[in-house]
Ligand binder design. Sequence first.
Ligand SMILES: Nc1nc2c(ncn2[C@@H]2O[C@H](COP(=O)(O)OP(=O)(O)OP(=O)(O)O)[C@@H](O)[C@H]2O)c(=O)[nH]1
Ligand SMILES: [Mg+2]
Length: 333
Amino acid sequence: MEAAAVPQELPPDRGAHELFGYVGIEAVLEQMKVKTMKMGFEFNIMVVGQSGLGKSTMVNTLFKSKVSRKASQPSQEERIPKTVQLQSVTHVIEEKGVKMKLTVTDTPGFGDQINNENCWDPIIKYINEQYERYLREEILITRKRKIPDSRVHGCVYFIPPTGHWLRPLDLEFMRRLSKIVNVVPVIAKADTLTLEEREEFKQRQDLKAHSISVYPQEDFDEDPDDRLLNDRIREKIPFAVVGADQEHQVNGKRVLGRKTKWGIIEVENPEHCEFPMLRDLLIRSHLQDLKDITHNVHYESYRVRRLNESNRPAPSSNNGLPGRDEDGEESNL
Ligand SMILES: Nc1nc2c(ncn2[C@@H]2O[C@H](COP(=O)(O)OP(=O)(O)OP(=O)(O)O)[C@@H](O)[C@H]2O)c(=O)[nH]1
Ligand SMILES: [Mg+2]
């Protein structure tokens, strides 16, 4: 029997509906789920900021908190040394059959020098190197089925909890970073601020005034629902976070926190600080979006710049990679 053509006089969707009835295309969701579970996925975060703001502590907090309690070592009472070089920690986390390879890259703090000029260079160089690595795999004739992804999907920028304004150094650093990576600013050591000071910090419009577009960027909201959700997040940014890698006993439960004379500041308690919001944004609610924007926007613009320059030999010392200082501005920091 011949397949009936959709009658011309019916609106196309009604005609198709009558002809096929229920097709069940949502089965694709299950297929996608199974595929993701089998393949697993990679997610990479970086922490950046002035020296001593608690970046290394936050890396430990993240791994010792609910993200990967199992992966964490038993609490050690040793002090975290000053970070002197970029270093990455990776844990494979498995939940309900879904595997995530989470890598957090810790970076040395800056701001110790009298002259902080170009202190962003090693970090920007690292981010670009990961794009370059991906690009080199992607342009091969025989490509791997799954290209290893070490690109930085989210960069948590630590703002010092002092002063009434963001310092020019932080503004300049974030401005440069936000052009090549998703930047999530946080107020470091928020336990040192009063609640009013925290609020005041959030009311500042420094980032907007300096046209620094941090994550979630307004330009990339996909639809009104997205906008509504992201507007609520934007109101809360920068998150006021507290980091700790020691566990304490509170009401019979072990909690991660900072013990002070006045009590324990629990880092996973939303009443105490906004670390849970940061973790939820990165690991739960916006993980796929961070990956998508990295791939479709940041990596894409790197790729276009790089391939446009392909007549020139690939730079060997990566400081010359595209993306660095692309506007060629001099800084007077
Ligand atoms: N009050 C307070 N202290 C913190 C917090 N997070 C970390 N610290 C303390 O700050 C000090 C420096 O912490 P680190 O995690 O080493 O700081 P860092 O940013 O990695 O420092 P560099 O590696 O030098 O860049 C340590 O004594 C931490 O215990 C916080 O949220 N609140
Ligand atoms: Mg450190």
